[in-house]
Design a protein around this ligand. Structure first.
Ligand code: VG1
Ligand code: CO
Length: 553
């Protein structure tokens, strides 16, 4: 075995987006593409002097490594081990077979006090040879690296000329236990054990066992992605849910052709089961890396924004949160349903830009306990990622503790706090210049929109959302154009930071309804006038030539 110094080249576009670097598999498979990014990351972690001199901060340190098992995961693991081994890392904790869900990486970093971790996933993006791959770095708090670090890595990718890599043969990544590559120790760990221990501390497993003994039924669709082994181990293994409650439970490299993005469009099989005459009591799905969740009752889908609001309202029923919440946070486009609950509870509610990395400081500083996003993500201070199975266990516990169905819990919530009708309309694969042009025009129109009368409503706030982190004072600007109306309705426009084909425009629509007799309209009908306003303001049809969104959830 020897250390090789290999020339590399600068690749355009290695700037991490909302959640790490995501590209088509074919892009990642270019010679030295992954290597270039990982070398840049290791250089930054080792400490980079202004003159480009690389320090030794990784010496004696442990990194966690694992991914969602998609195509290229196993190849990427071998490459990263060979780079880490000769760039100062002392030890890598590797999920068996290269597998770790995103929340599990976070849990392992925290429980084992690692320096940080590398997550291999493109999350909710499709997999397989023609699909997407991704990589991101999580820091010692277990959470996604902040923008300062990701920008430093990007800068380094653009300046790098050499790789330092071992020419050792591929390692055995499937057998539990320790082995050595160069000076580095690799410990292959059970991907599930640490995570299960964290869940056991938060939830009343005895109560949940009792629930299944009484005949409670559920269907969890792991969408052939990484959540399967975790859900099986906990729900069927620990809690005694009937065998077969977790479906599509074996992680496949191409997710068996499923699009592992848990929303009513992509999880249509689950939707069908939940609306059948013999539907189970509870349904749920997770995404590629198991950090997202969709929860359903019989014939009833819970909107992610409502899910966060209900969790906040009932948190004290769960042992891990029995002493109450320090505060809550939601991403800006997420509906304001949780704001009303926070107000009633007398706790702080923070509004952050899209992406879990913005919750990290608030969680670390003890300012919030629960966080959520409209994109089927909820989580808490137990890790620093959103957490799909955690959310499923939370909702299961709510049903166990109250003896009530998902639908009755949500309807009661609406009766108490009002309903925030909510939908996100995505326009996918728009040419980048068209999408950029649309956003530029919207931003230019902001002064004119302020105070404007649109339909029956008046705009009380028209701005481009900027966030000042209350903990470290860092500012993130241009996070989305928002129109807030006098009746609390909102329309928000932003471009996705996780897509890999052209640009994706997201339009977020929200309409508040306090009157119980008007809380049972079809969602799209309740939002139709806001859709018309969004079209009037942004001219999406004219600019894109698209007659409607590619996905509306
Ligand atoms: C999307 C979601 C965002 C989420 C991010 C990562 O980002 O909107 O809420 O945090 O994906 O989720 P964007 O920039 O495409 O809107 V995951 O589960 O894909 O890592
Ligand atoms: Co995800």
């Amino acid at each position: 075995m020897a250390i090789q110094n290999l020339p590399t080249q600068v690749f355009a576009g290695q700037r991490p987006g909302t959640s790490g670097l995501r590209k088509k598999v074919a892009v990642f498979m270019q010679p030295r593409y992954l290597e270039n990014f990982v070398q840049a990351l290791l250089d930054v972690l080792n400490g980079l002097a202004p003159d480009g001199q690389v320090g030794t901060a990784l010496q004696g340190q442990t990194l966690v490594l694992g991914g969602d098992g998609r195509f290229f995961n196993r190849v990427a693991v071998q490459t990263i081990l060979k780079l880490a081994a000769v760039n100062g890392v002392q030890r890598v904790l590797l999920g068996q077979g290269g597998i770790l869900s995103t929340p599990a990486v976070s849990a392992v970093i925290r429980r084992r006090q690692a320096f940080g971790g590398i997550v291999l996933s493109a999350s909710h993006n499709p997999g397989g040879p023609d699909g997407d791959f991704g990589i991101k770095y999580n820091a010692s708090n277990g959470g996604p690296a902040n923008e300062a670090l990701t920008e430093a890595v990007y800068a380094r990718t653009q300046a790098l000329s050499q790789l330092r890599i071992s020419d050792a043969p591929d390692m055995d990544i499937d057998t539990l236990g320790s082995s050595q590559i160069e000076q580095m120790q690799v410990e292959v760990i059970d991907p599930v054990a640490d995570y299960v221990a964290v869940m056991r501390d938060l939830f009343d497993f005895d109560m949940l066992r009792g629930l299944f003994k009484q005949g409670f039924t559920l269907r969890v669709d792991a969408m052939n992605a990484v959540g399967g082994p975790y859900a099986k181990a906990i729900l069927e293994g620990e809690l005694g849910a009937p065998a077969g409650s977790v479906v599509n439970a074996v992680p496949l490299e191409d997710f068996g052709g499923l699009h592992p993005d848990p929303n009513p469009v992509n999880a249509e099989d689950l939707i069908a089961h939940m609306s059948a005459a013999d539907a189970p009591d509870f349904g749920a799905a997770m995404d590629g890396d198991a950090d997202r969740n969709m929860v359903l009752g019989r014939n009833f889908v819970v909107t992610p924004s409502d899910s966060l609001a209900l969790m906040t309202a009932h948190a004290r029923l769960i042992p891990g949160y029995s002493s109450g919440l320090l505060g809550v946070a939601r991403s800006m486009p997420t509906s304001a349903a949780v704001d009303r609950v926070a107000k009633a509870l007398g706790i702080d509610c923070f509004e952050t830009p899209t992406g879990w990395k913005f919750f990290g400081n608030l969680l670390d500083a003890g300012r919030v306990t629960l966080c959520g996003e409209e994109s089927y993500g909820t989580g808490s201070s137990h890790v620093r990622e959103k957490d799909g199975l955690w959310a499923i266990l939370f909702w299961l516990s709510l049903q166990g503790a109250t003896g009530r169905s998902v639908e009755s819990l949500v309807r009661e919530h609406w009766a108490t706090y009002g309903r925030n009708y909510y939908s996100r309309h995505d326009y996918e694969a728009i040419p980048t210049e068209v999408a950029d042009g649309l956003m530029v025009a919207l931003r230019a129109a902001l002064p004119r929109l302020q105070g404007a009368q649109l339909g029956t409503r008046t705009v009380v706030l028209a701005d481009d959302f900027a966030y000042t982190d209350p903990v470290d004072g860092s500012v993130s600007a241009k996070q989305g154009v928002r129109l807030v109306f006098d009746d609390g309705a909102r329309v928000i426009f932003r471009l996705s930071g996780t897509g890999t084909e052209g640009a994706t425009l997201r339009i977020y629509l929200e309409n508040y309804e306090a009157d119980v007799s008007r809380q049972d309209q079809p969602v799209q009908a309740a939002l139709a006038d806001l859709v018309a306003i969004s079209e009037q303001v942004a001219g999406v049809r004219e600019r894109t030539g698209m007659v409607g969104p590619t996905v509306a959830t």
